[in-house]
Design a protein around this ligand. Structure first.
Ligand code: NI
Length: 182
């Protein structure tokens, strides 16, 4: 088990639509690491591309807010239908210290696979529905700053610019550290 590095806004993998998971045989260590990373960063959800892995997979744990809930893994998810609308303040581990009021459907029907490849179709509402939509957006290359009004975006633009700059700098340093490919 280990804590992985969470990539920040500015890293191109966050803009990518992630690949379908086909091979389920080696997922369990990675999923353990995803949970370790999410707990370490104090998030309630984490998508695979946030740790630099191009895979349609995310984890969520809202058990601290709901005794009936336990940690969950969602693979190859698809939102089948939406209902209602609500606004809630969301943060994102890939855009640290920024929170925005995001309008989203209140209820969803979501189809996904578990770690045993079994398909499920479930209705979700409340915080879990919101977290699923946030993580599904990640896997489709969409971030909370893409979902808000121009005015809200402007209110955090300085902070976001800083995050992007640091993220790009880090990528540059990592590619230099790997050596030049000619
Ligand atoms: Ni996020």
């Amino acid at each position: 088990m280990s804590v992985l590095e969470v990539v920040h806004y500015g890293n191109p993998i966050l803009k990518k639509k992630c690949n379908t998971v086909i091979d389920f045989s080696e997922l369990s260590n990675f999923i353990d690491d995803m949970f370790d990373t999410m707990y370490e960063e104090e998030g309630i959800g984490l998508a695979a591309n946030q740790v630099g892995v191009d895979m349609n997979l995310f984890v969520i744990d809202i058990s601290h807010t709901d005794d009936n809930e336990s940690p969950r893994v969602f693979i190859n998810g698809q939102i089948i239908s939406y209902e209602g609308e609500c606004v809630f303040s969301e943060g994102c581990l890939s855009i640290p210290k920024v929170s925005l009021d995001v309008t989203r459907p209140e209820k969803i029907i979501f189809k996904y696979q578990d770690i045993y490849e079994k398909w499920h179709e479930e209705e979700f509402e409340g915080l879990l529905a919101r977290a699923i939509q946030h993580e599904m957006d990640h896997l489709n290359g969409v971030l909370i700053i893409d979902l808000v009004s121009e005015m809200q975006r402007a209110s955090v633009s300085q902070e976001v610019k800083k995050i992007k700059k640091n993220s790009e700098l880090k990528l540059k340093q990592q590619s230099i550290a790997r050596g030049f490919v000619l």
